[in-house]
Design a protein. Structure first.
Length: 95
């Protein structure tokens, strides 16, 4: 449980107490494609709409903490969201 708490604390510290917007569309798309998932398949896995996934990938919606945690469950304990093309980046590591 400490891993999740550490990740949450890191994420909250990284984006600031005001929960400023964080975008990671390029990296989310790359992770999805590396797993050979369609947007629809990823949406079903994350219990989100395909439209929402599309908007995340095009940086039209910010990456929220609950969605980041769902993505972490799908893509593994360590995901890097610091890809070129993203407006603001985040890294969540599991210890």
């Amino acid at each position: 449980m400490h891993d999740v708490a550490d990740g949450l604390a890191y994420f909250a510290n990284k984006i600031g107490a005001d929960m400023s917007k964080s975008f990671a569309g390029v990296r989310i798309k790359r992770l999805r494609e590396e797993q050979r998932l369609t947007q629809a398949a990823l949406a079903r896995t994350l219990d989100l709409s395909t439209t929402y996934i599309n908007q995340l990938e095009r940086n039209q919606r910010p990456l929220t903490l609950p969605v980041l945690l769902k993505i972490k469950e799908v893509f593994g304990p360590q995901i890097s969201l610091d890809e070129d093309g993203d407006r603001k980046s985040t890294r969540l590591n599991s210890r």
